[in-house]
Ligand binder design. Structure first.
Ligand SMILES: Cc1cc2nc3c(=O)[nH]c(=O)nc-3n(C[C@H](O)[C@H](O)[C@H](O)COP(=O)(O)O)c2cc1C
Length: 282
């Protein structure tokens, strides 16, 4: 896509993309720059139906190079990624991850690893003190690094015309997942990202987000205006109806997702699992 900045074409496209994202015109503008990067990001949606066409080695390398181009705390690069294409291994992983069908279908699963083991190895190989790795701060750094890398990977894949879907269910059974991926101590699969060619017969649509004023605060944080939540529930119900999903809106569904330890898909015991995997978390 080539777009001159601030032409009527770019302004129209900007306003159409923002309308689709929010199902309202609160962010409408007559003064909008737009470009292919914004277009790729604003049209992203989770893809859960894939063709069997493989992701090429060159595509995989470009995606991981994009992931490595993300910012990383103090350049520590405290993350790794395991690329899984073997159908038998994907099937075993799917079984550990809530039997999600799209894990079987996607030709590529990228397991993003929060990885302090490499820095630990530097300590022992070079006889350097790395005791800071025992602190929760280091775990936070690795999760942040891996997450930023993953989102870059998603944007890169989408820019190549590939579809993606995050899979948090890789955390449902952390010990078994670590064994399947051959992870050392202080390495932990925080989520997966499916990558593949979207099935054109089963396209997903852009899912609306909370109205921009519910998220964007100027200078100081403001409590949520209940009317924004009402409006969002309405947008989500319309989206759910269009997608043949249960029309429950957002507030009720989200509250149910965090209603208690039983709603966390086994991840309520994550701290214990992380400690067992060698993370200090002091
Ligand atoms: C960390 C993370 C974990 C997720 N885990 C799953 C998952 O296990 N299975 C799934 O189908 N989608 C998963 N998703 C996708 C979300 O459900 C999806 O991003 C959200 O509903 C918004 O929809 P959209 O991505 O189409 O905009 C996950 C997303 C994130 C960011």
């Amino acid at each position: 896509m080539t777009l001159a900045a601030n032409t009527s074409e770019s302004i129209d496209l900007r306003n159409a993309r923002l309308h689709k994202r929010y199902r309202n015109d609160l962010a409408r503008s007559d003064n909008g720059d737009w470009n292919p990067v914004l277009d790729t990001i604003l049209t992203r949606r989770s893809v859960r139906s894939y063709l069997s066409t493989p992701v090429s080695p060159a595509q995989l390398e470009a995606i991981v190079a994009a992931a490595q181009s993300a910012s990383t705390s103090s350049n520590l690069q405290a993350w790794s990624v395991v690329a899984i294409q073997d159908p038998a291994r994907k099937a075993r992983i799917a079984e550990l991850a809530d039997s999600q069908r799209h894990i079987l279908q996607a030709p590529l699963l990228l397991a993003f690893i929060s990885d302090l083991s490499r820095l630990r190895a530097i300590g022992s190989q070079r006889q350097l003190a790395v005791d800071g790795l025992d602190y929760f701060e280091s775990f936070m750094i690795s999760v942040g690094d891996a997450t930023l890398a993953a989102q870059n990977a998603v944007v890169a894949a989408n820019s190549l015309g590939l579809g993606t879907c995050f899979i948090g269910a890789l955390r449902n059974k952390p010990e078994e997942m670590a064994a399947e991926l051959g992870l050392p101590d202080e390495a932990f699969a925080i989520f997966g990202v499916l990558v593949g060619h979207p099935d054109p017969a089963r396209q997903s649509d852009v899912k609306p987000r909370l109205p921009l004023p519910a998220v964007l605060h100027h200078e100081r944080y403001q409590p949520i205006d209940p009317s924004l939540l009402d409006a969002y529930d309405k947008s989500m119900r319309i989206f759910q109806k269009e997608q043949n999903m249960q029309e429950v809106g957002w507030t009720r569904k989200s509250a149910a997702r965090v209603s208690g330890p039983g709603s966390l898909s086994g991840r309520d015991r994550l701290v214990a699992a992380l400690r067992a995997r060698g993370f200090g978390l002091k």
